[in-house]
Design a protein around this ligand. Structure first.
Ligand SMILES: Cc1ncc(COP(=O)(O)O)c(C=O)c1O
Length: 331
């Protein structure tokens, strides 16, 4: 594997299956839609973060860490998956909940991911801002110092862009896995948030010489800010690996028509996509990431982006526990 030289702790159940969405393909009347079930990676409801965390936990185990520190939104799937991984490896875990999504109902704070993290015995901290990645990391590093002074060995999983994106290596692995699954795809569609998944996939595919376009559906930032982030991150990931490939502007495809009113908020497209997947395929997608990504994919199909002869692959990156934090989806 391309990532063989990095410390890794096996956490995700892989390879994940690929399935065809017959009914959705027919209803939307465009390309054949296939789905990569990365919502089935295991680890307390699974998702893309299980693959990413293998590399952080690889380092943590090497450093003999006994407490994991991580920051994220209240309904963070990343934190929930990290809590599960820490527990499985016998480590303590502290999560820092950021105030990223305002005006949510009580269920947002009590159900879904925060509920599961409580169930797994995580210690909770709170951070008042939602758009201050460096400040949120600093708070974790300060807490790490406190823990060290008490004789603990903490490991921080950082958020800010300036840190090496080792989580993307999990999606370099996924790119190799996809290629080994031998499905000829004309496009891949994924949620693009921190960009860790998008950058890793793109890096892995291009290093392997695969030119399939990867469409990132923006869930956090508009497409121009996300473009700069993905280009930079993908090149960093490529440079961490053997070879000397250069990522080009034409490699970056982003779509932000379904982002408004912003991160973690529903809109009519997302609500429609979540309900359509549930009612027609018995498939659950989440309100923050995969529902938005599916809504974006549906909009691209309806705009005629793909022909009826093409096959497209939707990355189901998980996140389903957050459904319980959004009770307004069902009246
Ligand atoms: C379910 C789910 N899908 C997609 C994403 C976006 O992935 P990335 O942050 O790697 O862009 C996240 C991020 O938290 C997520 O939880």
């Amino acid at each position: 594997m391309l990532t063989d030289n990095f410390p890794r702790e096996k956490l995700a159940q892989t390879p994940t299956p690929i399935e065809k969405l017959d009914r959705l393909s027919e209803i939307l009347g465009g390309p054949e839609i296939w789905i990569k079930r990365d919502d089935q990676t295991g680890l307390a409801f699974g998702g893309n973060k299980a693959r990413q965390l293998e590399y952080y936990f690889g380092e943590a185990v090497l450093e003999k860490a006994n407490v994991i520190l991580i920051t994220g939104a209240v309904q963070s799937n990343y934190m929930r998956t990290a809590v599960a991984a820490a527990r499985k490896l016998g480590m303590d875990v502290e999560v820092q909940l950021e105030e990223r999504v305002k005006g949510q109902p009580a269920e947002y704070y009590q159900s879904g991911n925060p509920y599961l993290m409580k169930l797994m015995g995580a210690k909770f901290h709170h951070y008042p801002a939602g758009e201050d990645e460096e400040g949120a990391d600093d708070a974790l590093y300060q807490r790490a110092e406190e823990l060290k002074s008490k004789g603990k060995t903490p490991y921080v999983i950082p958020l800010a862009e300036k840190h090496q994106p080792i989580g993307s290596l999990g999606y370099v692995d996924c790119a190799e896995e996809l290629l080994s699954q031998n499905l000829k795809m004309d496009a891949i569609i994924t949620a693009s948030g921190s960009g860790t998944t998008h950058a890793g996939l793109l890096a892995g595919l291009r290093i392997k010489g695969e030119k399939v376009p990867v469409y990132g559906i923006c869930v956090r930032r508009d497409k121009e800010s996300q473009r700069a982030r993905i280009k930079k991150k993908t090149q960093i990931v490529i440079d961490m690996l053997p070879g000397d490939h250069q990522i080009r502007d034409e490699d970056i495809h982003l779509f932000d028509d379904c982002l408004a009113p912003g991160y973690g908020h529903l809109n009519e497209f997302v609500t429609e996509a979540i309900k359509l997947a549930a009612e027609e395929e018995g498939l659950l997608v989440d309100p923050v990431y995969t529902g938005k990504a599916l809504a974006g994919m549906m909009k691209l199909i309806r705009e005629g982006k793909f022909s009826a002869q093409e096959k497209i692959l939707f990355m189901h990156t998980g996140g389903t526990p957050a459904l319980f934090g959004y009770p307004s989806l069902v009246s």
